[in-house]
Design a protein around this ligand. Structure first.
Ligand code: GLN
Ligand code: ZN
Length: 758
């Protein structure tokens, strides 16, 4: 029995790579310093992998920014605007990653997209010259050589031809056609060179295969690989999938001449069924993804052993593997000095997962796996876990009735009541919640956290901020005000910190893109709310104004999606618990006299299953009701708002409408006023605030420009259905541009209202 990993994180145990690259960007270090740092990190990573006696050690999984970009550069898929800058390779690479502004010109970066169902973002390669595609890069070979110098015959890893092709943004159809043949040649050239260098294996990552595939896509895949496999010579090809199962293509893959097939048994719900149905092939090795590459909980060896035994019915040629790249978990638990050991023992970040693979291998090689010391230790750990269960919470979830998910009366009736009571003007103006988190706000919060200032001076500072914020909004003339969210570091962490059941790490950083990392909270146990969280801030804010001030909460699906989830209960159950906790907060806000409550579901779309065919049963069927549960208890006159951070939801409009909020705001300014057509087409009920300007840029939109946008919206939707707001929270912006933009927004609205009268 051997073991392998798909890829290792590159950011470094203490985010050394992030800081090194940022230093280089700020011109505080040289290219040589950056490349030396990168080399040292690779060395450290390989040493950890070797220490765990992993048999298949990856190389080329390292990246200074993104692996998809690395693959594009390897094959000379570099848009002309970057080549025209005439920069040296490293700077051309970074120009693609983050744009360039300098002596040699001015270009924007490549687009960034979510990497399948993860929180990692890749750069979308742009191909405007398919003729140029060929093997030109060197990184994969030099990393292979570097590993060799350290005594490792590494397994080079890169994005496979099918996935790469599907992700590239082609300038036109003819480029796309041309690219097919050029890419095949380039991959074959790569195989030749790897052969020459003495590589035994190459791993081609083909996560695109876990989507729903149509016949054309399957045919394209086969066309690509027919040629590649004929030209692999001595090289062994591992076709690696992850993030799901291969139900549309599995049986065909068995017939092809791959040497290894990597299957995901964690997220691949049907992987085992496929084995049972079609078996495996004798001349292939099964790389079995049994260690979860996405979550931080330790592997339960009993479950894994059981799974392996089932797999062994179909093949003995098994390599133990992670379910996906370890890029999606933090680096090591070693630097978590604050978490109680009783909890920490239950976590495995990347380095600890290596150890799990080592132990599992040993256990499986022994003649009595169930009495192996590692097995016994592991089972003891699970038996003695600190408590996760709160009987009251369980009872509450068990008692839920269908009626708890339905708000009454129906939308139209309450819309009328609310209009009469709230007396809002036509095209009401508002913001999404946060105001700029200026340095004084952050340092006040930090000082309080570090116990350098008292609770009362912390509160007083924020109350003054709220006062200022309310005054500003009144002066600008907004209709529905906010308190500004000065007490919040992050919309999920803030609630996590105030709820039972969450744990926080010091160094649980996961790369989100380039040099940016996030540190998700961990859901450890049953979630409940001990006391009101936001009520005192909301009340204070409301007392400062005769206008309505919105209460501001984060919804359960977003809290779940931006945390590490539990593995001992279902996502549905966990989300219901969070929903009940937030529901209590909603009712307390209402009781305190708050008339409008916004429950943000910024991340609702993020965890939609990759397969459309799974959207409902695996996700929407519980995610939407969880939101309903949060607000179904409020009175008819209380207006519920929600907010989403994206505009592409035309494919789930019905479900969004079924969230049954009274008002929804979303991003629209940048691209997608088209969505408005679809809203109209499906007869969308909920009132909408399609963001009228882009807060992701410091640019101040003019009155005219905003009026133009509002007119476009009015052309599509009834005026009574429309709210006017920016497209997201303002916390990353500076006051100067925020004030100017909001003034223009209210002015534009006033002028349009006049036009509508006349
Ligand atoms: N209410 C939050 C804010 O304004 C929403 C943030 C978000 O959509 N990501 O900051
Ligand atoms: Zn947003």
């Amino acid at each position: 029995m051997k073991n392998s990993i798909i890829s290792y994180p590159r950011i470094g145990a203490l985010r050394e790579l992030k800081f090194g690259i940022e230093k280089y960007f700020k011109k505080e270090s040289s290219k040589k310093e950056l490349l030396d740092l990168a080399k040292n990190l690779r060395k450290t990573h390989w040493q950890s992998i070797q220490k765990a006696e992993i048999d298949f050690v990856p190389c080329n999984d390292f990246s200074l920014y993104d692996n998809v970009l690395d693959t594009a550069v390897l094959f000379n898929i570099v848009a002309k605007r970057y080549k025209a800058l005439n920069l040296e390779p490293l700077d051309e690479y970074f120009a693609q990653s983050r744009g360039y502004q300098g002596q040699n010109g001015d270009v924007v970066a490549l687009a960034m997209k979510k990497w399948f169902n993860t929180n990692y973002h890749y750069l979308v390669p742009e191909c405007d010259d398919a003729e140029a595609i060929s093997l030109v890069g060197d990184k994969i070979f030099s990393e292979f050589q570097e590993a060799k110098e350290q005594g490792i015959n590494a397994k080079p890893v890169l994005v496979g031809i099918f996935t790469l092709f599907k992700l590239i943004n082609f300038i036109d159809e003819s480029a796309k056609e041309k690219a097919k043949e050029k890419l095949v040649k380039a991959y074959i050239a790569l195989f030749e060179k790897l052969n020459l260098l003495g590589a035994e294996w190459v791993q081609l990552d083909e996560p695109y295969l876990v989507y729903d595939l149509d016949e054309k896509e399957i045919a394209l895949f086969e066309e690509f690989y027919k040629e590649l496999l004929q030209n692999k010579k001595g090289l062994k090809i591992l076709l690696q999938s992850y993030f799901g199962d291969l139900r549309d293509i599995y049986s065909k893959l068995l017939e092809n001449d791959f040497d290894g097939l990597g299957l995901d048994f964690i997220e691949g719900k049907e992987s085992l069924t496929l084995l049972e149905k079609y078996g495996f092939s004798e001349n292939k090795i099964l790389f079995a993804g049994v260690v979860n590459g996405k979550n931080i909980y330790k592997n339960d060896y009993a479950k894994t052993l059981n799974l392996i035994q089932k797999i062994q019915k179909y093949t003995q040629n098994i390599v133990l593997n992670t379910s996906c790249s370890l890029l999606h978990v933090p680096y090591t638990t070693k630097f978590e000095t604050k978490l109680d050991k009783a909890y920490l023992e239950h976590f495995a970040y990347a380095e600890e997962k290596l150890n799990e693979l080592k132990e599992l291998k040993e256990i499986l090689q022994s003649s009595h796996p169930n009495s192996h010391k590692f097995f016994i230790q592991n089972q003891e750990l699970f038996k003695n876990a600190p408590n996760k269960i709160d009987a009251k919470v369980r009872q509450r979830v068990a008692n839920l009735q269908n009626s708890d998910f339905i708000r009454k009366p129906e939308f139209k009736t309450r819309a009328k009541t609310q209009q009469e009571l709230l007396k809002l003007p036509l095209l009401p103006t508002t913001t999404i919640g946060s105001f700029p988190q200026s340095p004084d706000v952050r340092s006040n919060r930090l000082a309080f956290k570090q116990q350098k200032i008292s609770a009362s001076s912390y509160t007083e500072f924020n109350q003054n901020k709220i006062k200022e914020c309310i005054k500003i909004q009144e002066e600008i003339g907004l209709d529905v005000l906010v308190h500004g969210e000065f007490e919040r570091n992050d919309m999920v962490e803030y609630f996590g910190e105030n709820l039972q059941g969450f744990l926080f790490t010091q160094n649980g950083w996961v790369q989100s893109y380039g040099t940016r990392c996030v540190k998700p909270p961990i859901i450890w146990g049953d979630v409940s709310r001990l006391k009101a969280i936001t009520v005192s801030w909301a009340k204070f804010a409301q007392n400062q104004s005769s206008k309505i001030v919105k209460g501001m909460l984060t919804g359960p699906v977003t809290i779940l999606n931006w945390s590490f989830p539990r593995e001992d209960i279902t996502l549905k159950e966990s989300t219901q618990q969070i929903a009940l906790a937030i529901r209590d907060e909603v009712l307390d806000l209402e009781n305190a006299g708050i008339k409008i409550i916004q429950i943000d579901e910024a991340a609702l779309r993020e965890k939609l299953p990759l397969r459309k065919s799974d959207w409902h049963k695996e996700y929407l069927d519980w995610a939407i009701p969880a939101f309903n549960l949060v607000h179904s208890g409020v009175k008819e006159e209380t207006q519920i708002h929600t907010h989403m951070c994206y505009s592409e939801f035309s494919d789930i409009l019905k479900e969004i409408d079924a969230m049954d909020a009274d008002v929804i705001s979303f991003e629209a300014s940048r691209s997608n006023l088209n969505l408005l057509d679809t809203l109209k087409a499906v007869n969308f009920q909920t009132a909408v605030g399609p963001g009228v300007y882009d807060i992701h840029s410091p640019r101040v939109p003019s009155v005219e420009e905003i009026k133009e946008t509002i007119r476009k919206i009015l052309a599509k939707l009834p005026k009574e259905q429309i709210w006017i707001n920016p497209d997201c929270g303002l916390k990353t912006r500076g006051y100067e541009e925020v004030l100017a933009s909001l003034k223009n927004m209210t002015q534009a609205t006033k002028e349009i209202r006049e036009e509508l009268k006349g």
